[in-house]
Design a protein around this ligand. Structure first.
Ligand code: S3P
Length: 435
């Protein structure tokens, strides 16, 4: 197993970084350009393992996709020209690939099978399979198609209205994509606002989609046309350095070119609520997506309550916010976050176990955590459980720990942030790895 031992930060974090492209937008960019007619150029594409699974899936369906570093050229021939893959599609660790591709595979006239790694094979797929079946999809799989592997006998779908019972952008997007292939209109009514990249990006590919509060509608039978896209930096990756700078003495960090979509910038709001010295500024728009800079300095934090509508906005940032809470004055309550139980690992259990191991005072709740702040973190071992965001949380904890921290299975960080350790190094005057 890949491990890395990290020493506490000697001089704080200083300087500017540009984090890799947004994971959610990168997935959607490949999906939409592969379904489109014409050549799409995607720059600042996230080449992490998850997004490459989506690339591989479309290559298996006959789409020519060229990659040069973080640039992709997608030679789309349109939905009708996709071919049946001869081998099962491997979704790897990627929930976004699994859910969004399910919406598409259900509605294409192809037979496909798909599987995932050990973690993804435990994650619920019935949240997309059941509503897709209501549109006429034929999907079979393990445990009554609750789990991967799944088999799709794609066929014409009928548009319908779905009222979601989970707050999930993946489920919303899967149903909208199925709706785009279906006959008639599909409407998705959300339980609470989730990331809206599908709604913002589809119009760039020539697709009509209408948003009315929590209700999103799409007409079936639309064709996509190629578009060029410069993917904004991933705020979920930036979140690790936002918290790192706030917690580490003598720090002053600017993250440039990061996506500041209002369904994703809750990390900035949460850190402001905790009293952090943080400022974000939108500098331009890429299509409808706001992009800008975030500036953070060493801060004195206070405990807060994170709950309700803010939770979907910070769902991927809760592990690193929990680390921030260990250093705050007072207790932080995280509520309404039961979705964390079905992420790459059970993140409530993984965060609680690892932070306690380092000496923090954390109590797991069914839907969140209570973190009593003001703890001194000791050194020790962090088990990433193969979850990229738990691995990065452990690496940031090492900066403020008394002794070195060892991260087990550090390679899982490549799933969303292949250059994480380079950026961590760049912000420190002295390298803090023990080779
Ligand atoms: C994502 C949605 C979220 C998020 C994931 C990416 C997306 O998942 O946690 O990292 O790109 O739509 P859920 O839809 O399961 O909340």
């Amino acid at each position: 197993m890949s491990v890395i031992e990290l020493k506490p930060s000697a001089n704080g974090l200083k300087g500017e970084i540009k984090v890799p492209g947004d994971k959610s937008i990168s997935h959607r960019a490949v999906i939409f350009s592969s379904l489109a007619q014409g050549i799409s150029n995607i720059t600042n594409f996230l080449t992490g393992e998850d997004c490459m699974r989506t690339v591989e899936a479309f290559k298996q369906m006959g789409v020519r996709i060229e990659q040069h570093g973080d640039q992709l050229t997608v030679h789309g021939k349109g939905i009708d020209q996709l071919v049946e893959p001869v081998a099962p599609i491997n979704f790897g660790n990627s929930g976004t690939t699994a859910r969004l591709m399910s919406g598409i595979l259900a509605g294409l006239p192809l037979f496909t099978t798909a599987y995932g790694d050990a973690s993804l094979s435990k994650r619920p797929m019935d949240r997309v399979v059941l509503p897709l079946r209501e549109m006429g999809a034929k999907i079979e799989g393990r445990d009554s198609a609750r789990l991967l592997p799944l088999a799709f006998s794609g066929q014409p779908l009928k548009g319908r209205t779905h009222k979601l019972s989970v707050r999930s952008a993946q489920v919303k997007s899967a149903l909208l994509l199925a709706g785009m292939l279906a006959d008639g209109q599909t409407t998705v009514i959300e339980l609470g606002k989730t990331r809206d990249h599908t709604e913002k990006l589809l119009p760039q590919f020539g697709v009509d989609i209408s948003v009315d509060g929590s209700s999103i509608s799409i007409e079936g039978g639309q064709q996509l046309t190629a578009a060029d896209l410069d993917v904004p930096g991933d705020i979920s990756s930036a979140a690790f350095f936002i918290v790192a700078a706030a917690l580490t003495p003598n720090s002053d960090v600017t993250i440039k070119g990061v996506g500041l979509n209002e369904t994703r910038n809750g990390i900035v709001t949460a850190m402001e609520m905790m009293g952090a010295e943080i400022h974000s500024k939108v500098r331009k728009y890429v299509g409808d997506e706001p992009v800008g800079d975030v500036h953070v300095k060493t801060s004195k934090l206070k405990g807060i309550t994170l709950e309700g509508e803010l939770i979907p906005n910070i769902i991927d940032e809760i592990p690193i916010l929990a680390l921030a809470a260990t250093q705050a004055d007072g207790a932080t309550h995280i509520k309404d976050a039961e979705e964390l139980r079905v992420k790459e690992t059970d993140r409530i259990a993984a965060v609680t176990e690892n932070l306690k191991q380092l000496g923090a005072d954390v109590e797991a709740r069914e839907d969140g955590m209570i973190i009593r702040g003001g703890s001194t973190l000791q050194g020790g071992t962090v088990n990433s459980f193969g979850d990229h965001r738990i691995g990065m949380m452990g690496a940031i904890a090492s900066l403020i720990a008394e002794e070195s921290v060892t991260i087990q299975d550090k390679d899982c960080i490549n799933i969303s942030y292949p250059t994480f350790f380079d950026d961590l190094n760049a912000l420190q005057k002295k390298k803090n790895f023990i080779d």
